[in-house]
Design a binder for this molecule. Structure first.
Ligand code: DAV
Length: 392
């Protein structure tokens, strides 16, 4: 050897304890649609939930002003209501586990704490009952949505333990956070009417919602997954800027995103009580919220049959519910043959049976006031199938 040649040194670093701890469960995170056979899921919890504070985007949702008054100055929901909701959630978990589904639950986090950023402050948070609003699983990727209400800005916190675990165990899992919005005052139209007047109607018909186009926002529950294609429900919780972020993100993954508008819904938020796919080429639509005819075309041209949901069992909702009675459509598919339904929604179950589904009735009304029903309180982690295309 030449006397000035570089000395041969060992070039591989020792394997760190962290790298040794990484698992190899490839495919642990894998869910492309709403109907393939379910294998693993996150189910929310009602613990430490608070009544959401009054904030710009919230008033329209709690529809009568009496209720808004009730929101002033309150904190936790009652111990009784939390226990009743948790009992029904836990029973649902038992049923899922009985079907062989692995169930994960978020960490208990105290939501009765003020949230402050350089732009605003709200006196408390919301709940971790509804992972569907926050987490969007696209195949091997879990996306934390931007969210659209200030009280939900930090809603990712109870799920970070679970997401870290998936990231460590599955070498192919992608963990993505959509850009955090500032949620400053200019994201909310201060002059937006919230009285369900003719003016409201005109605005919604022109696709103008309470939230502005200042920055991208979306709630994950505005997205319905159909394999290679996703459909994004536009409204108070998802704006066009948010759609544009999703569209480009999907394109980078060989997927396509499409907008959907439902102009008869005066307070459009979240797709999962409006338009719900049940199995390939069959989806459920809400008779009170018809889709724009030009947006319906893609379904017609691709031989999708859209069936009309049955009327809800009752129009009465729990006093503090922010949701409509159309939660009867907020079902969860165990597979393309079996659907979890609220036990009082007999007409919906008959409809499903007519189309060849088996239904599993579950008591769930005590959960409604925490933000939704079966679809809202869950987020898919793994379903058996792979990415497929159902649209030419
Ligand atoms: O129409 O009441 C409920 C869905 C909440 N994720 C509605 C929407």
């Amino acid at each position: 050897d030449h006397p000035h040649a570089p000395k041969k040194t060992k070039t591989t670093a020792p394997v760190s304890a962290f790298r040794k701890s990484l698992g190899n469960e490839k495919g642990l995170v894998n869910s492309w649609n709403e109907w393939d056979t379910l294998e693993e899921i996150i189910v929310g919890i009602a613990d430490k939930a608070v009544i959401p504070p009054k904030e710009p985007a919230f008033e329209m949702k709690v529809k009568d002003s009496g209720k808004i008054h009730m929101l002033e100055g309150t904190g936790y929901r009652t111990e009784q209501s939390i226990k009743m909701a948790n009992d029904q959630l836990n029973y649902f978990v038992e049923l899922l586990e009985g079907e062989g589904v692995v169930v994960r639950r978020p960490d208990v986090v105290d939501f009765n704490v003020p949230v402050k950023t350089p732009d605003w402050e709200v006196p408390r948070m919301n709940t971790s009952a509804c992972p569907r609003d926050l987490l969007l699983t696209l195949g091997n990727e879990v996306i934390e949505a931007t969210m659209s209400w200030r009280s939900r800005f930090f809603e990712y916190r109870p799920y970070r333990g679970i997401l870290k675990d998936y990231m460590k165990r599955d070498p192919c899992m992608l963990w993505t956070c959509a850009p955090k919005p500032l949620m400053a005052d200019n994201l909310y139209r201060s002059d937006y009417p919230t009285d369900y007047s003719a003016k409201n109607k005109e605005l919604v018909r022109n696709y103008i919602y309470l939230t502005s186009e200042e920055e991208p926002i979306f709630d994950a529950a505005d997205i319905m997954r159909f394999g290679k294609d996703i459909f994004v429900h536009m409204g108070f919780t998802t704006n066009e800027f948010g759609f544009e972020w999703l569209r480009r993100h999907c394109a980078s993954r060989g997927m396509r995103a499409h907008m959907l508008h439902f102009p008869d819904d005066l307070c459009p938020f979240h797709c999962d009580a409006t338009f719900v796919p049940l199995r390939p080429y069959l989806a459920l639509e809400n008779p009170a919220r018809p889709m724009e005819p030009f947006e319906r075309r893609i379904f017609e041209e691709n031989d999708w049959k859209l069936i009309t949901a049955a009327q809800p069992n009752t129009m009465e909702m729990p006093a503090l519910s922010q949701c409509s009675p159309w939660l009867c459509m907020n079902v969860l598919s165990l597979s393309e043959k079996v659907i979890f339904c609220e036990e009082t929604e007999k007409e919906m179950m008959n409809l499903f049976n007519d189309y060849g589904f088996d239904t599993i009735p579950v008591p769930f009304r005590n959960v409604f006031e925490f933000g939704g029903s079966f679809h809202c309180v869950t987020t898919d982690i793994r379903r058996r199938g792979k990415k497929q295309s159902y649209f030419k």
